[in-house]
Design a protein around this ligand. Structure first.
Ligand SMILES: *Cc1c(COP(=O)(O)O)cnc(C)c1O
Length: 321
């Protein structure tokens, strides 16, 4: 299992490369909710999400021969851009397997970081198989999006910085997809002070994490329909699940409507553009607030990669979902 010391070493590796993102507060939101909220703004991280932390931590530890061979990843979202950027900074060749119908913005951004993009048809082809085949053919490492100790340790550095800046937090809340961010955050919080309460925030439409947490076994679901596209995972991982089960107090389910209300609130009040998945923790804090009155609550705002037009449609209620 990943330890706090692994996360501290990851923090050293990414220091000076990743941004130390700001922690934002709002008296208005605090007054409204009756808690003292501290928002760790990973929407302002390089490439727009915390995923840069894990990708850089993982890639920087590859052996020289592995670096020469290059890396492969499959993702339609932030992990693709994170691996592409980390690889380019480290002089590693990256191949990213993305669906043909991925948003043009994301295809362009991934290529813009210098990665080779291999597209596949998401209805007829298996991306994992394609990535594995490429990895086997070229002898390069496959960089998993969450279920990997180096990725988990890297993601845990966001909570580490948050707790350095706000040491007296009572509660930490992080979004939950495959669980890299939440497990890393929980190891950090628990390692620093075991009385810090940690909650995960998951889309209600894809509640595999909550069901796994409650039942004690990894529950697998079909790809959920939610606007939180960064948390459309179908199951927790074998590394992330045991950590979450042991160190997290509960998983809060968040509806798409709550996500939209959260996006509008953060834009209006804090002037923050946050993608739907990025607002999961804040939306969960809003629904937990009645039972956390007076608490100091840290929330990881996990990403800001949303097309502006889509953002406008979502908050004005004119988006197709
Ligand atoms: C990937 C992602 C998540 C979920 O992270 P996991 O480590 O898969 O749980 C949350 N928010 C954003 C913005 C993401 O890109």
């Amino acid at each position: 299992m990943v330890q706090l010391s692994d996360i501290q070493r990851a923090a050293d590796r990414i220091s000076g490369v990743a941004h130390r993102t700001p922690v934002v507060t709002s008296r208005r939101i605090d007054a409204e909710l009756g808690v003292s909220l501290h928002l760790k703004c990973e929407n302002l991280q390089r490439m727009g999400a915390f995923k840069f932390r894990g990708a850089y931590n993982a890639l920087s530890q590859l052996s020289d021969s592995a670096k020469d061979a290059g890396v492969v990843a499959f993702s339609s979202g932030n992990h693709a851009q994170a691996v592409a950027l980390a690889a380019s900074l480290l002089g590693i060749r990256a191949t990213i397997v993305m669906p043909t119908d991925a948003p043009q913005l994301k295809l362009t951004a991934t290529r813009g970081y210098g990665a080779d993009v291999v597209t596949y048809d998401r209805h007829t082809e298996d991306r994992e198989a394609i990535a594995r085949e490429l990895a086997d053919r070229d002898g390069c490492a496959l960089v998993p999006p969450f279920d990997d100790p180096a990725i988990i340790a890297g993601q845990g550095t966001a909570a580490l910085e948050l707790l350095e800046d706000v040491p007296d937090l009572d509660v930490v809340i992080a979004p939950l997809g495959g669980g890299g961010l939440l497990s890393g955050s929980a190891i950090t919080a628990h390692g620093i002070r075991s009385t810090i309460r940690v909650f995960g925030a998951e889309p209600a439409a894809g509640d595999d994490g909550k069901r796994s947490f409650d039942s004690g076994e990894i529950v697998r679901i079909p790809v959920p329909r939610t606007i939180a596209d960064g948390a459309q995972t179908t199951a927790l991982g074998r590394h992330t699940f045991p950590v979450i089960r042991e160190l997290v107090e509960d998983i809060v389910l968040v509806s798409d409507d709550e996500l939209i209300a959260g996006m509008a609130s953060l834009a209006q009040t804090c002037k923050l553009i946050v993608e739907p998945t990025g607002v999961l923790g804040y939306a969960a804090a809003r629904s937990l607030a009645p039972q956390l009155q007076g608490a100091r609550v840290g929330v990881i705002i996990s990403g800001g990669n949303v097309d502006l037009q889509r953002f406008a449609q979502l908050i004005s209620g004119t988006a197709t979902r």
